[in-house]
Every structure is written in C-alpha cells, then in structure tokens.
Design a protein around this ligand. Structure first.
Ligand code: TMP
Length: 212
C-alpha cells in the first residue's frame, strides 16, 4: 500500500522545520516509517541546485524562467529518486515545501502565469500531488521578526528570497491563501503565530482527521 505524502508550506519564519521534526517523531512513535526531505534539495543534485538558487553561487542574476526551471528540476529529481520510491514502499514522506511554493513565490509573488506553472509542476511531480498540505500561516511582520532573531548574533545570513521586500512577501502570503481556497480538501491552514506546542497540536489533529 502506498504511503502518505504530506507537505508543509508557509512563509519564511513560519516554523516548518520545527514542526516537521515534531511530527516525524510522533509518526515514528506510532511505528510509521517516515522519510523527511526538503525542497529545493533532498538529493545531491537538488542540494547543488539549492546552492545556486539561494546563495548567489553564480555571479549573475538568475532569470525568472531559469529560477523556475531550477526549482522544478530539483523537484523532478527528488520525486523520481526519493519520494515516489519511498511512497511505493509504504513509507510516509514529509516534505518541507513543494509545488505550492512554486505557485506562491514564482506565480503569485513574481507574477509568472499560473496555468503555465500548473503544467510545469504537474510534469515535475509526475502528477503526484500531496495527500495533505499543512499551510503554516503567519503575518509577514512576525515572519521578518523571527528571521531577524535568527540572524542576529551572526547565525547565518538572509538568502535571496528572505531579502525580498515586504510587498513580495505579502503576495506570497496571499498567494498561499488563494491556493488553499482552490483546493480546500488538500489544504489545512494552521495559525503559526501560536506557540510551538499549540501549532504541533493543530498539526497532529489535522493528520489524524485526514490521514489516520
Ligand atoms: P527554505 O527551504 O529555507 O524555506 O528556502 C527555500 C526558499 O526558496 C524559500 O524562500 C521559498 C523559495 N522557493 C521558491 O521560490 N519556489 C519553490 O518552488 C520552492 C520549493 C522554494
């Protein structure tokens, strides 16, 4: 039997990685084999692509189409080499970002054509959509504040997307909400302004309700 495919989406600073860790521990406690991965990345090829996309590895501005195709190339590799084989083995897969990041960032925030992105996404993910997408929704000012806290004290530095202005991030947030409206049966929206524990409780009840 195929495993379940869960994705986490949300703006910068919404706490996805913390929640993915907590969820995977809970699933493992129930004896469910879980594979956690992320986008862009999750394979050697994908991590090399991530480096280009996030850290200006190449000394020239990326064109919007090149950016889109790099994200989706990373996705195709992750899908074919990691996610689909794991699901086929009955494992559950939890992925930090997936097709909806492309729609929110390249589509709603950069303004690329939504229908074109739908088609490219469908090709890249081999038409396999997540069974459940948890959208950690957060006010953008809160997100910026969390990032400032993360980077003050010299712990890393903001990446190409984190350096985008407030308008860009507002469009990302609104875009995510539109995507959730478009597919209410796949999405659960969770208020990420709550404490880590409260968010984890909401994540778990969505999982139980929809997948267990
Ligand atoms: P993160 O994994 O640290 O959140 O960083 C990934 C960044 O890449 C984040 O700013 C969102 C962005 N992104 C896109 O613009 N399009 C995509 O398809 C994906 C997967 C991520």
């Amino acid at each position: 039997m195929s495993g379940k495919f869960i994705t986490f989406e949300g703006p910068e600073g919404s706490g996805k990685s913390t929640q993915i860790k907590l969820l995977s521990e809970k699933l493992a406690d129930r004896g469910i084999k879980v594979l956690c991965t992320r986008e862009p990345g999750g394979t050697a090829t994908g991590e090399a692509i991530r480096n280009i996309l996030q850290h200006d590895a190449v000394d020239e501005p990326l064109s919007e189409r090149a950016e889109l195709l790099l994200f989706t190339a990373s996705r195709a590799q992750l899908m074919d080499r990691v996610i689909l084989p794991a699901l086929d083995q009955g494992e559950w897969v939890v992925c930090d970002r997936f097709i909806d990041s492309t729609m929110a960032y390249q589509g709603f925030a950069r303004g690329m054509d939504i229908d074109t992105l739908d088609r490219i996404n469908d090709f890249a993910n081999n038409s396999r959509k997540p069974d459940l997408t948890l959208l950690l929704d957060l006010d953008i000012e809160q997100g910026f504040q969390r990032l400032e806290e993360r980077y003050s004290g010299g712990k890393g530095s903001a990446d190409r997307f984190e350096r985008e202005g407030r308008d860009f991030h507002l469009r990302v947030r609104e875009g995510y909400r539109k995507l959730a409206e478009r597919e209410p049966e796949r999405f659960c929206i969770i208020d990420a302004e709550q404490s880590i524990e409260e968010v984890a409780v909401n994540v778990w009840s969505s999982i139980k309700e929809v997948l267990l």
